[in-house]
Design a protein around this ligand. Structure first.
Ligand SMILES: C[S@@+](CC[C@H](N)C(=O)[O-])C[C@H]1O[C@@H](n2cnc3c(N)ncnc32)[C@H](O)[C@@H]1O
Length: 276
């Protein structure tokens, strides 16, 4: 026990947690993150009344509630509506017109990978609403996923606080796209109807996962180590249809050696077109 009564993690346990988190999520922590691990795992020890060594045993069962709690505690879910803005202009003025310009009945599939609490996916629905007007007339679908159970449940509700909607949205957008009840703001059913949320680890082989025209996977790769970054971009290439487009975060980049994308830019945003 530490002086404040909190549990102290041994160096061996620290290294085991670091390895476990990397294997489960790709998130690359090092020993300097002891404080972060202790502060995020401490509440789990209290919740399940267990020690670090007991926690290490139970999290080895991937589907255990303790492991899900650990993943939710370790992941950083920072996000907001229309984050970085430019990718949404790219979508609005270039990508969607290119896909639907010649054939309005084309199926358009968009993924929001590592979607956190859903603001990115719902921002995409707002862009679509602004250019297509009647979403029911088009065959546009958004599939959003994240590794954290808790965050997927929150995202599916599509319900936000005043603070959350005011981060990135004008008053006009809030009025147009949300129903407000008791100070909570829920995304309108028309927008929610074209998004589905599920739990998915983006580092696992994509297998039967649907193929997308566009994948947004932003502000997650920087948490991964070198090997997992290559694995991630290979998976994302596998998820895309030929010629599909990947949009990553403003501070993220893909190593040219991967050879599966060509880098392009338009409307102030960099994007990557799948070439093989
Ligand atoms: C910082 S948020 C980014 C959210 C959103 N994409 C954005 O740019 O605003 C990172 C998200 O990545 C998720 N994540 C981390 N590792 C993941 C993995 N291996 N598979 C799927 N999601 C993952 C976290 O749970 C978290 O919600």
């Amino acid at each position: 026990m530490g002086n404040d009564g909190s549990a102290v993690m041994t160096d061996h346990e620290l290294n085991q947690f670091i390895e476990h988190v990397r294997c489960q999520t790709g998130i690359n922590l090092d020993a300097s993150k002891r404080y972060l691990l202790e502060s995020r795992l401490g509440p789990i020890l209290q919740q399940f009344t267990i020690t670090y060594s007991e926690l290490l045993k139970v999290v080895s069962v991937t589907n255990s509630v303790e492991n899900q709690a650990l993943i939710s505690a370790i992941t950083t879910n920072e996000t907001y509506f229309f984050r970085d803005e430019h990718p949404f202009n790219l979508l609005k003025y270039r990508l969607i017109p290119d896909l639907l310009g010649k054939n309005e009945s084309a199926v358009v599939k968009i993924a929001s990978a590592a979607c956190s609490s859903g603001q990115e996916a719902y921002s995409i629905t707002m862009v679509l609403k602004e250019i297509l007007f009647d979403l029911a007339k088009f065959r546009v679908q958004i599939q959003a996923f994240d590794i954290s159970d808790d965050i997927i449940v929150a995202a599916s509700r599509g319900e936000y606080s005043k603070f959350e909607v005011e981060r990135g949205l004008s008053d006009e957008k809030i009025r147009s796209y949300f129903d407000c009840n008791d100070g909570r703001y829920q995304v309108k059913p028309e927008l929610r109807s074209i998004v589905s949320f599920s739990k998915q680890n983006i580092l696992k082989p994509v297998g039967m996962i649907a193929k997308y025209n566009i994948v947004f996977c932003r502000n997650v790769v920087n948490y991964f180590g070198f090997k997992d970054r290559s694995l991630l971009f290979d998976n994302l290439a596998d998820m895309l249809l030929p010629g599909g487009v990947l949009v990553i975060g403003a501070t993220e980049f893909i190593d040219d050696k991967l050879g599966r994308f060509v880098k392009k830019s338009d409307k102030g945003s960099v994007y990557y077109k799948k070439v093989n």
